[in-house]
Design a protein around this ligand. Structure first.
Ligand code: FES
Length: 371
């Protein structure tokens, strides 16, 4: 987990900043829009409910190319809101246009926007000593497949900002150390200074709500916590598809069963020239939306899911070992060891294998495909 503190600074006032490869990386705008459905809607006929849900889905899907939108259901976790649409875009306009489009739909007229947080990505002013690239990485939000999302607005006391950067960095170091103890919790930090009422909006993704609870409790004991003015309300959402998140609100189901939802995916992904991927090389590629770690070990190519089955550690950064019996990679986070050929766990804390992929070289070009 990364740190969630940071603030506006004179040193880095850019709208674009260089990334690790010297290319500019644009900052993104982020909106968390929480809705509640008027109970009157649940008295409509099932046919009308299904038709309205379908209309709403189609309206939202027209924004697919203009923003990344992740729906979450809060049915059963909060009383004041029921649906979250997490939106990420390159400018604010798509948020405004989506909001305007929603209210023109029939179901939209039953949805009350209860809370809306607007924010932007930004580099932290604090050094993240064990991952210097992290502040650049956090400019681009890339939601994970995690099942749960925890969102809250965050405001520091004014006395925090009166302290020197060195004093704050020391407290942040402690804060980051605590966060690193919970690698299964991924944080998305966004900034609201001047854009909205709070200073930050933080969104934690995880498959293990208990890890998040323990992390927050432990963070309360850090020195930096003394300088927190507000970090509530806290919204706990469950990830769902768009149709599923509307189905959770009531009415007949419109989400297709998973088996009908499967799309035809390309069976091979071109990776690049084998001439540029010699013995000892490794890289991360994307195949059918999955992060895949590709290794060249002694001229043999291996591909397996990059996310450790224990807590999603990056296997591409793990140590590779070769023995007469097996060729393995060790997760850098808690040292689970996987067989590179089969993805099976051969040692350590992980209890489930990771997926492996076929690798083919045709005319000097590497392709990765489903195993
Ligand atoms: S993330 Fe814990 S062993 Fe890999």
């Amino acid at each position: 987990m990364s740190s969630f503190l940071g603030e506006q600074t004179k040193q880095r006032p850019q709208t674009t900043v260089p990334n690790g490869k010297g290319k500019p990386t644009k900052r993104q705008y982020v909106r968390f829009a929480f809705y509640k459905l008027d109970p009157e809607w649940r008295r409509l006929s099932p046919e009308e409910q299904a038709s309205q849900k379908q209309e709403l889905v189609e309206t939202i899907e027209t924004f697919n190319r203009r923003m990344l939108l992740r729906p979450y259901t809060l049915m059963g976790t909060r009383s004041d809101v029921e649906l979250l649409l997490w939106q990420i875009a390159e400018s604010i306009e798509p948020f405004q246009e989506l909001a305007a489009a929603l209210v023109t739909t029939r179901m939209g007229s039953y949805l009350t926007l209860v809370v809306s947080y607007l924010s932007q990505t930004k580099r932290s002013i604090y050094e993240i000593r064990d991952n210097p690239n992290e502040d650049v990485e956090r400019l681009i939000i890339s939601p994970s497949e995690a099942k749960y999302l925890f969102v809250y607005p965050f405001v520091k006391t004014r006395s925090w900002y009166q302290m020197s950067l060195e004093q704050r960095q020391a407290m942040m170091d402690e804060h980051i150390r605590v966060g690193r103890k919970y690698p299964a919790v991924k944080l998305n930090t966004t900034y609201s200074f001047g854009l909205d009422d709070q200073e930050f909006v933080v969104a934690f993704e995880t498959d293990e709500p208990s890890d998040f609870l323990d992390l927050v409790q432990e963070l309360r004991e850090t020195e930096a916590s003394v300088y927190t003015l507000r970090d509530t309300p806290l919204y706990s959402g469950l990830r769902a598809g768009l149709a599923e998140s509307l189905d959770a609100l009531g009415g007949p189901k419109i989400a297709k069963p998973v088996s009908q939802d499967v799309q035809i995916q390309p069976s091979w992904t071109e990776v690049g020239s084998i001439a540029d991927f010699g013995d000892g090389a490794r890289k991360v590629i994307y195949h059918n939306g999955q992060q895949v770690a590709l290794f060249n070990v002694g001229g043999r190519l291996y591909a397996l899911n990059n996310r450790c089955s224990h807590a999603r550690g990056p296997l591409s950064e793990g140590e590779v070992q070769v023995s007469p019996e097996t060729c393995s990679v060790t997760c850098p986070w808690h040292y689970a060891k996987y067989d590179l050929a089969t993805g099976e766990v051969v040692d350590g804390i992980a209890s489930a294998p990771v997926a492996t992929y076929s690798v083919d070289v045709r005319d000097g070009v590497i392709f990765v495909g489903n195993a």
